[in-house]
Design a protein around this ligand. Structure first.
Ligand code: PEP
Length: 253
C-alpha cells in the first residue's frame, strides 16, 4: 500500500475571475502550514498563469485539455500550452465534460496520454450515475470507464491519479456510505493492478462528490482513499482549509 501524502485538489469549475486570486494565495498559505498534505487547485484556464505566480507551493492545474498538441481547433487548449502557462496537472474525464461535451472514454484516454507526454500529472475521473447504481451496475460501469480511458504506454502511470466521483454525489450534498466508497475504491485498485501490474499499487485514488470540512476526515479515513477532489468547498480558502486540516489529521470541529 502506498505511503504517499493525501492529495487534496480543488476543482474550481467555471468559477473565478482575478479577484479570486486572493483565495488561491490563502489556499497556498494553508498548504504551506500542512506539508503532510499535497494541496492543489484547478482554476479556469484564464487564471492558471496568474495563480501559478501567486501561489508558491501548491499545485496549479487545469480542468481539461485537447488531445493534440496544436492546430486548427478553435477554442481548445493543448496540454503543452497548459504546461507553458504553469500548470503541473490536468483533470480529464470529469463527469461534467463527459455529459456536457459528450466525451467518450476513448477521447478521455487520448487527453490523458497527451497530458502525460507533455509532462503533466493526470487526474482521471470516473463515476456512475444514480440509475446505474440503483441497477446494481456501479462497479461494472466505473471499471469499464477505467479500462477504456486509462492512459496506455511508457511513462503513463507516473503522476497518474484516479478520482472516483459518483455523478449523483457531485454538488448534491449526498455521499455514498463509507462501505460503498471502500468497495468501489478496492474495485478500482484491482482494476488498476490488472491494467498496470504492480505499478497500479501506488496510483492514488481520490474520492470526489460533496466533500466538505464536516465529512472529510470520515471519508479520507476510508481504506484506499488517497485524497479528495473537491468542487464547491474549494472555492473559498476558509471552506477548503477545513478539508486540508482533516487530511492532515487535525481535528476540525
Ligand atoms: C467535482 O465536481 O469534482 C466535485 C467533487 O464537486 P462537489 O465537491 O461540489 O460535489
Amino acid at each position: 500500500m502506498s505511503q504517499q501524502r493525501p492529495y487534496v485538489v480543488g476543482n474550481w469549475k467555471m468559477h473565478g475571475t482575478r479577484a479570486m486570486l486572493a483565495e488561491a494565495r490563502a489556499i497556498d498559505r494553508a498548504g504551506q502550514r500542512h506539508p503532510k498534505v499535497e494541496v492543489a487547485i484547478a482554476p479556469p484556464f484564464t487564471l492558471i498563469h496568474a495563480a501559478r505566480k501567486e501561489a508558491e507551493q501548491i499545485g496549479i492545474g487545469a480542468q481539461d485539455c485537447h488531445p493534440v498538441d496544436g492546430g486548427a481547433h478553435t477554442g481548445d487548449i493543448s496540454a503543452a500550452m497548459l504546461a507553458d502557462a504553469g500548470a503541473s496537472f490536468v483533470i480529464v474525464g470529469h463527469s461534467e465534460r463527459r455529459s456536457n461535451h459528450g466525451e467518450s472514454n476513448e477521447l478521455v484516454r487520448a487527453k490523458a496520454e497527451s497530458a502525460r507526454k507533455a509532462g503533466l500529472g493526470v487526474i482521471l475521473c470516473v463515476g456512475e450515475s444514480e440509475a446505474e447504481r440503483d441497477a446494481g451496475r456501479a462497479e461494472e460501469v466505473v471499471c469499464g470507464q477505467l479500462e477504456a480511458s486509462a492512459p496506455q504506454g511508457a511513462g503513463m502511470v507516473e503522476k497518474l491519479s484516479v478520482a472516483y466521483e459518483p455523478v449523483w454525489a457531485i454538488g448534491t450534498g449526498r455521499v455514498p456510505s463509507n462501505a460503498d466508497i471502500e468497495a468501489m475504491h478496492r474495485a478500482i485498485r484491482a482494476r488498476l493492478q490488472a491494467i498496470y501490474g504492480a505499478e497500479g499499487d501506488d496510483i492514488r485514488i481520490l474520492y470526489g462528490g460533496s466533500v466538505k470540512a464536516e465529512n472529510a476526515a470520515d471519508i479520507l479515513g476510508v481504506p484506499e482513499v488517497g485524497g479528495a477532489l473537491v468542487g464547491g468547498a474549494s472555492l473559498t480558502a476558509e471552506s477548503f482549509y477545513g478539508i486540508i486540516r482533516a487530511a492532515s489529521g487535525e481535528n476540525v470541529d
